[in-house]
Design a binder for this molecule. Structure first.
Ligand code: FAD
Length: 507
């Protein structure tokens, strides 16, 4: 049982009770396992087609990889170089779809790819590559690619090491907010009738008389639940092959990101940094820069992939080659996060060369495993999976409309959901608890806002918002203090804590 306790009949508790009753009474057309971007996309697609759909997530929504990505909507220039044209084409079209249905979560982001004499990434090759990249977007990328002369490049990036530089290409992808994309997709699913519960763990299922009888546990009260569904879709990302009944085989790789102040690396656009055939990015994120990522095989705990000294020096060494004068050191790191890529297994390949393709498999009648893919392609994966589910189940449904219908109205996202973390407001914090299923301080500080990673003084912000969260969730003083301690224990030892908090960051 989770050590989140609430007292009294606060509104979120009453709503949750009713949700769990609806989940376990009657029979669902489909139960989605996992509240990451794929499970959320499945729930939205199924609900908008008129299916009676439920979703359970063992922790908070977006707890897994979907809050630990590089925040990019991209076709993947690197995959183009590897010859995965179809994959790049699909993802390129999907990045535009996200821009259409959720413009508040898809900022066009220019990328500068500097080129050097004698490097495998020659400028003439890259300029052909980025033109092709634009074409694969249906000729309408989020911006038009171009070539930069050496002079223009050095004016744009004065801190760049000039030795051997021949110029650059500039191309466009999108910057998103992965956890917010999950939450807004879930809100859309909810608006269309999906029954969604976080902190409910799926524990196994038996198939009887054409129905899956799923065992689940409410992680807040410890209560067991039985959920009956004709179709079950396993979308548990890195956990997929641990789920009973699953037929997936995964290879997990870890990717680490570092966040530094943008004043320390004042880049106007994202910058591509290479290490052999690998590509890393410096990504402007408001007043910060995200640096990453690594790609190494992983077999540790799935909940808490680490960021170790080796990961940090790998990234900082790559940055130092391009920007030696910036002298970025571990002391500059404000925060870090690490995510696990749920790649469809290929035991032999180099992790960076394993394709990011997705797989939709029916392992047993009415049991589906949906794995692999990318944040960018989540909607397409969901559409293809639901197409197969409804065909198999012989369901008469409405056509898919997830590519055209906006996730939410503008009035539902203003001041609440954006690419770059917004300021702390009481209204937003109360909204996250009332309407976005936040159940803990961490849910608000990490997955609803990213304040935890964005601000050096996030501990101070956590203290500031505690009374609002406590009131919304019906915590007494003792529970509120325990929640704060838990948050600080888990997040207080970030690199930022070694530095004095910058009080001006709290608004
Ligand atoms: C370092 C890194 C950088 C990336 N960058 C990008 C990028 O910039 N752009 C891009 O397009 N893609 C990117 N990706 C890929 C993308 O993030 C993932 O493909 C995507 O987030 C996977 O989503 P998911 O829903 O499959 O998995 P997850 O987000 O991990 O969701 C699975 C969920 O299932 C839940 N779960 C597990 N077991 C159970 C159970 N028994 N009961 C209930 N729930 C359960 C978990 O708690 C978890 O929340 C990146 C990946 C990594 C690792």
């Amino acid at each position: 049982m989770l050590d989140i306790m609430s007292y009294g009949d606060c509104q979120p508790d009453l709503v949750r009770k009713e949700t769990l009753e609806r989940l376990s009474s009657g029979k669902l057309d489909m139960l989605a396992l996992g509240g990451g971007i794929v499970g959320s996309g499945l729930a939205r697609d199924a609900a908008t087609r008129g299916l009676n759909v439920g979703l359970v997530e063992q922790y908070d929504f977006a707890f897994g990889t979907s809050s630990r990505s590089s925040h990019l909507l991209h076709g993947g220039l690197r995959y183009l170089a590897q010859g995965y044209i179809r994959l790049v084409h699909e993802a390129s079209l999907e990045k535009r779809v996200v821009h259409r249905i959720a413009p508040h979560l898809a900022d066009p982001l220019p990328f500068i790819f500097p080129t050097r004499k004698g490097w495998q990434w020659a400028r003439w090759k890259l300029s052909i590559g980025v033109k092709l990249y634009d074409l694969l977007c249906g000729r309408r990328n989020l911006g038009k690619s171009s070539t930069l002369s050496r002079k223009a490049l050095l004016e744009l990036l004065p801190d760049l090491e000039p030795h051997g530089i021949t110029g650059a290409v500039r191309y466009y992808d999108g910057l998103t907010n992965d956890a917010r994309l999950v939450i807004d997709t879930l809100r859309s699913a909810h608006n269309n009738g999906a029954i969604l519960a976080n902190y409910v763990r799926f524990d196994g299922a038996t198939y009887q008389d054409g129905l899956w009888h799923c065992r689940a546990v409410d992680q807040i009260t410890g209560q067991p639940l039985e959920i009956r569904a004709t179709q079950v879709v396993n979308a548990t990302g890195p956990w997929s092959d641990k789920i009973a009944n699953s037929a997936t085989d995964l290879r997990l790789t870890k990717g680490v990101h570092l966040v530094i102040d943008r004043k320390r690396l004042p880049i106007p656009d994202a910058v591509v940094m290479t290490e052999g055939s690998r590509i890393l990015f410096g990504i402007p994120w408001g007043e910060r820069v995200i640096l990453g990522t690594t790609d190494t095989d992983y077999d540790g705990p799935l909940e808490t992939p680490d960021c170790n000294e080796e990961d940090i020096s790998y990234i900082l060494d790559v940055v130092a080659v391009l920007f030696p004068r910036a002298k970025i050191t571990p002391d500059d790191i404000i925060s870090t996060w690490s995510g696990l890529r749920p790649l469809v297994a290929d035991p032999h390949g180099n992790p960076s060369d394993i394709s990011r393709r997705h797989e939709i498999k029916m392992a047993q009648p009415g049991w589906w495993d949906v794995t692999g893919g990318k944040l960018t392609t989540y909607r397409l994966m969901s559409e293809q999976a639901i197409d197969r589910v409804v065909k198999h189940a012989g369901l008469d449904v409405q056509p898919c409309r997830t590519a055209t219908e906006p996730l939410l109205e503008k009035s539902q996202t203003d001041g609440l959901s954006s690419v770059v973390p917004q300021e702390v407001t009481e209204r937003a914090v109360r909204h996250f608890c009332r309407n976005e299923w936040a159940r803990s301080l961490e849910d608000v500080m990490v997955r609803r806002t990213y304040w935890s990673y964005y601000h050096r003084n996030h501990a101070e912000i956590a203290r500031q918002i505690l009374p609002w969260v406590a009131e919304e969730l019906g915590w007494n003083e003792e529970t509120a203090q325990a929640e704060l301690t838990k948050y600080l224990d888990e997040h207080g030892n970030k690199p930022s804590q070694s530095k004095a908090a910058d009080a001006s960051e709290v608004s």
